[in-house]
Design a protein around this ligand. Structure first.
Ligand code: ZN
Length: 281
């Protein structure tokens, strides 16, 4: 069976108070990478999972009401860090990206959608339904900047089709097999944002979902701020919980991911805003 190569990348970083992201940490600003991933799929070529920031996010932050977003989470970004520029350095053109999987619609995850004109956007329909009508302050409060989406966004969306999960993805009972080939599964992890998803990717031929996680990579998006918190537990500051779309759901989703990880301890873990774990050989 074939496999997907996962390349963990980031495009820019945001500053946040460390104490908000990890209970007991000091009250000082810390830089968090805006992570995304390049998935090299045997049939579909370069597939992106999120995109990180672009200059467009900075431009939005110079105007009202995006200015408020930049006040709360200042961003550092230079154009050579964009997802498109990084792909070009790897020998691809932005037009080569036919599939872009969107974990959720926060600005640090969808900043570069407009740079990939040939991409179909795979996402959870409920996340889009919850945000699509929001404008101005109501959107910014949700870390959603509508102007980052291409004008034909809706027509290019392909909602994930959830089906009964294979037993090896328990405790999740509904997951989406994104390409219908068992290589990339989307797991619903709502709470941090509406309709957020994580991915489980087969990175070795024949990797067994029922095994200990060898040959699997978990791309957990914003389920946790750092890998340790996901593996060992650990909460964010209660002030940070105020920013969640649904704090009760957030905790539940995180527990499900931790439970899956406890059963698959050998899986490689990547969260969006922390250094990725090294790829196992
Ligand atoms: Zn987020």
């Amino acid at each position: 069976m074939s496999a997907v190569r996962v390349v963990a990348l980031s495009a820019g970083e945001c500053l946040n108070l460390e104490a908000l992201t990890r209970r007991g940490a000091p009250w000082r600003p810390h830089a968090y990478p805006a992570g995304f991933a390049l998935l090299l799929h045997p049939r579909h070529g370069p597939v992106l999972f999120d995109t990180g920031y672009t200059s467009r996010v900075l431009a939005s932050m110079r105007r009202w009401p995006g200015w408020l977003y930049g006040l709360v989470t200042p961003v550092r970004f230079t154009p050579h860090q964009s997802a498109a520029a990084q792909l070009v350095r790897r020998g691809f053109t932005p037009g080569d990206v036919r599939h872009l999987i969107v974990s959720h619609l926060h600005a640090d995850h969808v900043g570069a959608l407009r740079d990939f004109p040939a991409a179909t956007f795979h996402l959870d329909a409920s996340g889009w339904a919850a945000l699509r009508g929001l404008r101005g302050m109501r959107a910014v409060r949700r870390a959603y900047l509508p102007e980052l989406l291409p004008p034909d966004f809706e027509g290019r969306c392909q909602p994930l089709q959830y089906e009964t999960a294979p037993p090896g993805l328990a405790p999740f009972d509904q997951v989406a097999d994104v390409f219908g080939d068992g290589l990339v599964y989307a797991l619903p992890v709502p709470g941090h944002a509406p309709g957020m998803i994580a991915l489980v990717v087969r990175t070795s031929p024949g990797a067994d979902l029922n095994g200990a996680g060898q040959g699997l990579t978990l791309l957990a998006s914003d389920v946790a701020w750092n890998v340790d918190a996901l593996r060992q537990g650990g909460e964010v500051h209660s002030l940070a919980r105020l920013a969640f779309w649904n704090a009760t759901q957030e905790r539940l989703s995180r527990q499900w991911v931790r439970q899956w990880l406890a059963a698959h301890p050998q899986a490689r873990v990547i969260v969006s805003h922390d250094e990725p774990e090294a790829a196992h050989v």
